[in-house]
Write a protein of this length. Structure first.
Length: 272
């Protein structure tokens, strides 16, 4: 009898979810017992990476009632692979950087959506800051042995024109695009600028490492690095680099489950 009830419940669940799936919804049963968690462990270059699907119930969603941000998101969402959680965090990180001296830098612009968010936020909270946008516009560079997915050239489906068009629709006037590998080819153009906040979205270890090495002496105490794709299984190189930077003692580390890692420059290296 019990077996029949279980089978019936399973059948009904499938039918209900099939019907809900037509309109993009599903019923999810959550549990705190570990044997139901889809935990995946992956070994890569001597390190163990663990991944699981995280469901957060009753999550605070301030972006949903932030009318100004919603108007920005409506203009840019078709130009990004980033979800609204990360988009809103970038928006708010600019607010938290308002008392820092320096400009805003983004490396890895793609089609300009996150750049537009940063610029719109800066217009409100950091009106004196310049926005520097760096990309090859020919795809990912410097992929190497630390990287688990990228081999080079990915995300080349963009142009400077796409970014300029989006920034124009947003009314952004204080952003400048630097085309080429950063910092190798374009770093010299802003070598004398102080950088308060940098968004790094380059997907691979060596590219991000070179950016941080260039940035560190040009950031004030409290300067903020935001790494996209931290903890993503296809970007193990970024995860590895952030973990190494955390251990260096130069940066305070925060991991947000939305696939961002945030590092804040310490006033002096940690002894830990």
């Amino acid at each position: 009898m019990i077996r029949q009830v279980v089978r019936l419940r399973t059948f009904l669940s499938r039918v209900v979810n099939w019907c809900l799936g037509i309109i993009g919804y599903a019923l999810v049963r959550t549990t705190t017992t570990s044997h139901h968690v889809a935990l995946r462990r992956i070994e890569h270059l001597g390190r163990t990476y663990a991944y699981e699907n995280v469901v957060i119930l009753d999550a605070y969603a301030p972006w949903a009632v932030d009318d100004e941000f919603q108007s920005i998101w409506a203009l840019i969402e078709r130009n990004t692979l980033v979800d609204i959680l990360r988009g809103y965090e970038l928006y708010q990180v600019v607010r938290e950087s308002a008392d820092l001296p320096g400009d805003i830098l983004e490396v890895g612009v793609w089609r300009g959506a996150s750049a537009a968010i940063l610029a719109a936020a800066a217009r409100r909270w950091m009106p004196e800051a310049r926005i520097w946008l760096c990309d090859t516009f020919t795809g990912v560079v410097k992929a190497g042995e630390h990287d688990s997915h990228y081999t080079g050239g990915e995300h080349a489906d963009t142009t400077v024109g796409m970014v300029e068009s989006l920034l124009g629709r947003m009314g952004v006037t204080k952003a400048q695009i630097l085309v080429g590998v950063f910092p190798d080819e374009t770093g010299a153009e802003i070598a004398n600028q102080q950088i308060a906040l940098c968004h790094i979205d380059v997907d691979v270890y060596q590219s991000a490492a070179d950016i941080v090495a260039w940035l560190a002496p040009r950031m004030p105490c409290g300067g903020i690095l935001v790494f996209d794709d931290y903890g993503v299984s296809s970007c193990k190189g970024i995860t590895r680099l952030v973990d190494e930077l955390r251990e260096s003692g130069t940066w305070r580390y925060f991991y947000n489950v939305n696939k961002h890692a945030i590092l804040i420059k310490r006033s002096s290296p940690s002894l830990s």
